[in-house]
Design a protein around this ligand. Structure first.
Ligand SMILES: NC(=O)c1ccc[n+]([C@@H]2O[C@H](COP(=O)([O-])OP(=O)(O)OC[C@H]3O[C@@H](n4cnc5c(N)ncnc54)[C@H](OP(=O)(O)O)[C@@H]3O)[C@@H](O)[C@H]2O)c1
Length: 347
């Protein structure tokens, strides 16, 4: 029996994502075969395709994809924790190239040891099973595990329409914080409000001219007003470019922190002067730090997230679904950045 599997035979553009027929594996002792119903797409997949994320991809040929979830199709001998038909999420440490990893998830069937799946609550629909960890664990790891946000803190969240930002806002609200989303797109403000995104306020940071060129607005003024001049306790930022980062520093409260977890903006000169008098700091964040902290820690985060979905405090927004066969187009659309929330592949 064969399955569809995406294979990158050489680094490059979306045309290098080839959908091939491969054999469906048979689960061995202690293993489970998951029929994937959802594969979360991430910027890391685009980077991997281009050859800029070899830590996950390794060298070609490889299968991209760092998230997945679905239904247990078969169990090998000796499996005790799950049965056929269980709805599961693949653990975040499984989809890696190299030793201890089980390869990328862009495929129909995924075979892993039973310890590499977690049973999902009924509240997570099938098309979302593979789209939880990157948004929610990235935000939980930084805001809760690393920083320890407190009730009443003001958390500012750039790239407000991104899947990680939407998750961060829900996590911050659940912990009693005030949330301010920052977006570069005027038209996304109404859409985010209509979706019920967990922002108390949304601030527009840029305006576009008729040619589509973006200019930054003096958005620190609105931030001063919204924070009643107290400033922001935590920026959770994937943009981190010169003028943008300088404005964030200007908006920080005493002892405030800017966590940089992505580099969507172009590197440029940054004015760090206010950090000194504010006893403030800029620090990097990557989900890998949570994974590095050990299984007990990241499993705690996974459980918190599954519980949040079960009790309804966390809700994910899927912007678009693409068939696995349509993977090239899905990468092209993700690159355009017009979506709100998560894009998923449906095998
Ligand atoms: N460190 C980690 O562990 C980790 C984990 C997951 C993701 N990430 C990174 O986090 C970022 C977001 O990931 P995602 O999957 O949530 O992305 P996404 O859903 O595709 O969101 C991208 C959004 O970022 C904003 N944006 C893009 N370019 C920008 C710029 N130059 N200046 C300001 N805003 C810009 C836009 O939002 P608006 O239109 O709302 O402005 C855009 O829609 C990526 O860079 C990704 O690599 C890091």
């Amino acid at each position: 029996m064969s399955q569809k599997q995406v294979i990158v035979e050489q680094f490059g553009g979306p045309e290098n994502l080839l959908v091939q027929d491969t054999e469906i594996p048979t689960p061995g002792e202690g293993e489970v075969l998951v029929r994937l119903t959802s594969i979360g797409m991430n910027h890391a997949d685009l980077l991997a395709r281009k050859g800029f994320y070899k830590i996950a991809s390794g060298e070609p040929p490889f299968t991209p994809g760092i998230e997945g979830g679905g239904i247990i199709d078969k169990v090998g001998s000796g499996v005790t924790s799950v049965t056929e038909g269980a709805r599961v999420v693949v653990t975040p440490d499984a989809p890696r190239a190299g030793a201890g990893g089980y390869g990328g998830t862009y495929r129909q069937y995924y075979c892993v040891p039973e310890s590499k799946v977690l049973v999902a609550p009924d509240q997570v629909p099938d098309n979302m099973l593979g789209a939880l960890w990157l948004p929610y664990l990235t935000a939980w790891g930084c805001l809760i595990w690393k920083h320890g946000i407190k009730e009443g803190d003001i958390i500012a969240i750039p790239a407000a329409s991104s899947s990680v930002a939407l998750a961060a806002a829900q996590i911050a609200k659940k912990h009693g914080c005030k949330t301010i989303g920052l977006t570069t797109s005027q038209d996304k403000i109404e859409k985010l409000k209509a979706l019920g995104a967990a922002y108390d306020h949304i601030v527009l940071t840029h305006e576009k001219d008729e040619n589509g060129n973006r200019t930054m607005l003096p958005w620190h003024k609105e931030m001063r007003q919204l924070t009643e001049s107290k400033g922001v306790n935590v920026f959770f930022d994937p943009v981190a470019s010169g003028q943008y980062l300088s404005t964030e520093i200007k908006c920080l409260a005493q002892f405030g922190v800017v966590y940089v977890y992505g580099l969507l903006g172009a590197p440029d000169t940054v004015d760090v002067t206010p950090l000194i008098r504010k006893f403030a700091s800029i620090t990097g964040w990557v989900l890998g730090e949570l994974m590095f902290a050990g299984e007990k820690v990241w499993r705690e985060g996974c459980q918190h997230i599954l519980d949040g979905f079960a009790d309804g405090s966390y809700k994910q927004h899927i912007d678009a679904e693409y068939k696995l066969e349509d993977v090239q187009n899905a990468h092209i659309e993700m690159h355009k950045g017009k979506h709100i929330g998560k894009l998923v592949l449906i095998p």
